[in-house]
Write a protein that binds this ligand. Structure first.
Ligand code: C2E
Ligand code: CA
Ligand code: CA
Length: 595
């Protein structure tokens, strides 16, 4: 049947149309058509719904669209449409509209240009509401920003924590940890040709802190940090590694001269005065330097520290370089300290005794116990060899204790031999006097009253006029032990010691005695010391009596007791026994023993 085909086609077309309407309805897409020569548009029902016009008429004025557009989007939306007209091409736009109730919606509009059957240039377009999409996109964007901000905050706080772990809170400088890390990197870096470590220490920091308070100390440290930072080259870094200690690493510098220059420059910068409130603070700087100098140096930190130690020892505000010699000295000292420790255990530290004679009668008035190290290989060693090492290694108090206990043993020995044992003077070092166990120890030893005297150097009292110290000295006196001030007049303000301590005796320093026969001045000085002592009811011992001439002058001046090579060299306990024990063969002849 010839009609069949078109009829089916018509049905198919109707079918297609219905499906399209359903689809449009389901998708809520509005359709519009616009003959650009006219001021009207054709809108379907969905377009009216999308714009909430409340109308249904198919033909609407273009102003209905134009007025609905959000004022902020209007110019752009018009321009885009005009552009599509001009191009006679596709139109694709997105804009906001305002519903009559004031609500704002986002619309998407797409259209195609075509020329209608009657030759009119037209657009047919589809438009739909994308508010939900836009809001979702906006929400996602907001969440992304929040997440980003959070991530950034986290990163920042991580960075802060990391920074705090590797920096010093006070100065903001890197700390020991970062320094070690950096140094390890530099060690492993092939392009590093020279590497140096400078160890700095502020000389007067402790005094500043003690006398001006902690905030003054903080000010000094901050100023030092800034000055050092300003004073080191770009190939350098500074860290604060302890109270007032800084470590600088330098790399790729020219050589020793440049190191010298940088170190002196730092010292100059750090030596400038620092304002703190009304006051001006100032400190010297000691610097120890170690550098690789063509060798494969792995211990620059330790080496610069040793060099710093040396700088301090040699008198502060100095720059010292680490050397082989320094290394050897330190090693041999360390060995000596080890040996000394062993020597103490093996009772190799013993007292020698030097007699003290009554100036007028020349009878034995006392003995001074002087430490000797009976070394298994090196023989008899004098304190000059080991006292300093002992001091530096905290063994001074132990030596004093060893001597004291040997003195008490020797006394008993001598007594057993029938001797009337004179008073024995033992030297007490600073650390021993500050030893909190000292009093208890002494008490346990049950020292007979008048048997001992303690020789203290006056510097102890200058450094620390501590009340506790004075109290423990009082306690020592109560135990029947005399207090003597040693090396009196050797350059310190001796009168302080005299007044505070009320010692039983003072010992005039050897140096004042040496020239007493020839020098009127020495004579006068010793004369006035004796006068003052007499006025305070303090006895006077002169040491370093090397000649009969010395002895005579000192006796004439009024010294009570004499001690020196002219009267007797320090000698071992057995020799002293022969001097003081009646059973001994040789009777008291001064000048026993050898040095
Ligand atoms: P010091 O207390 O001034 O002891 C006197 C030193 O002068 C002793 O030196 C003694 O041998 C020496 N001497 C004695 N007569 C003369 C003399 O006529 N001319 C000269 N030039 N020197 C004389 P030594 O035994 O070498 O002791 C040196 C220092 O070591 C002592 O000086 C003392 O400060 C310290 N010392 C010695 N034994 C001990 C000790 O057991 N403990 C402590 N803490 N220090 C000690
Ligand atoms: Ca002494
Ligand atoms: Ca002395």
């Amino acid at each position: 049947m010839p009609h069949n085909k078109p009829t089916r086609s018509e049905r198919e077309f109707q079918d297609l149309l219905r499906r399209l309407e359903l689809a449009l309805d389901a998708s809520q897409i509005g359709v519009w058509e616009h003959d650009v020569r006219k001021s009207g548009i054709v809108w379907d029902a969905q377009m009216h719904r999308l714009y909430q016009t409340g109308e249904t008429s198919r033909l609407v004025p273009t102003s209905i669209w134009e007025n609905a557009i959000h004022p902020d989007d209007r110019d752009r939306a018009f321009a885009e449409f005009d552009d599509a007209i001009a191009r006679r091409g596709a139109y694709n736009s997105e804009f906001r509209i305002i519903w009559p109730n004031g609500e704002i919606r986002h619309m998407r509009s797409r259209a195609h240009f075509f020329v209608s059957e009657d030759g009119a240039p037209s657009f047919i377009g589809a438009e739909w509401d994308v508010t939900a999409d836009v809001e979702l996109a906006a929400e996602l964007q907001r969440q992304r920003l929040v997440a980003e901000a959070r991530a950034k905050a986290l990163e920042e706080s991580n960075a802060r924590i990391e920074h705090a772990a590797e920096h010093d809170y006070l100065t903001g400088l890197p700390n020991r940890r970062l320094l070690d890390k950096r140094l390890a990197e530099l060690h492993g870096n092939k392009s590093v040709s020279s590497l140096a470590v400078l160890h700095l220490d502020l000389d007067q920091f402790k005094q500043i802190n003690d006398s001006h308070g902690h905030s003054a100390g903080d000010t000094v440290l901050r100023a030092a940090a800034l000055r050092i930072t300003a004073g080191i080259p770009a190939d350098g870094m500074v860290a604060r590694v302890g109270g007032d200690e800084f470590v600088i690493i330098l790399w790729n510098f020219a050589g020793r001269e440049e190191l010298d220059r940088i170190a002196s420059d730092l010292q100059r910068r750090l030596g400038k005065k620092i304002r703190f409130g009304q006051e001006l603070l100032q400190s010297g700087t000691s610097i120890g330097v170690a550098w690789n100098n063509g060798r494969n140096a792995r211990n620059l930190l330790t080496e610069s520290d040793l060099a710093l130690f040396q700088a301090k020892k040699l008198g502060r505000n100095r720059i010292e370089f680490f050397t082989r010699q320094l290394q050897d000295d330190i090693q041999s000292k360390r060995r000596l300290a080890e040996e000394l420790r062993l020597g103490l255990e093996r009772r190799e530290i013993v007292p020698y005794y030097q007699i003290q004679l009554d100036a007028k009668t020349r009878e034995i008035a006392g003995l001074e116990a002087l430490a000797r190290w009976i070394h298994p290989e090196k023989g008899v060693l004098s304190p000059a060899v080991f006292l300093k090492v002992a001091d530096e290694n905290g063994l001074a108090a132990e030596i004093d204790a060893a001597i004291l206990s040997r003195v008490l043993e020797d006394r008993l020995d001598w007594q057993a031999q029938g001797a009337v044992v004179p008073r024995v003077a033992v030297n007490i070092s600073g650390p021993r006097l500050f030893d909190p166990g000292l009093l208890a120890n002494l008490e346990a030893l049950k020292i007979p009253s008048g048997a001992l005297s303690f020789e203290l150097v006056e510097t102890i009292f200058l450094d620390d006029s501590d009340d506790r110290l004075v109290a423990s000295i009082e306690r020592i006196k109560q135990m029947g032990i005399d207090i003597e001030i040693d090396d009196f007049g050797s350059g310190h303000a001796s009168l302080i010691g005299l007044a505070r301590l009320r010692p039983k005796r003072l010992k005039i320093d050897r140096q004042l005695v040496t020239d007493i026969v020839g020098s009127k001045e020495q004579h006068r000085v010793v004369g006035s010391i004796v006068e003052i002592a007499k006025a305070l009811n303090v006895e006077v011992i002169a040491e370093g009596v090397e000649t009969e001439g010395h002895a005579e002058v000192l006796t004439a001046i009024g010294c009570d007791t004499l001690q020196g090579y002219a009267l007797g060299y320090p000698a071992p306990a057995a020799d002293i026994a022969r001097l003081i024990a009646p059973r001994a063969l040789n009777h008291a002849t001064p000048g026993v023993g050898g040095r």
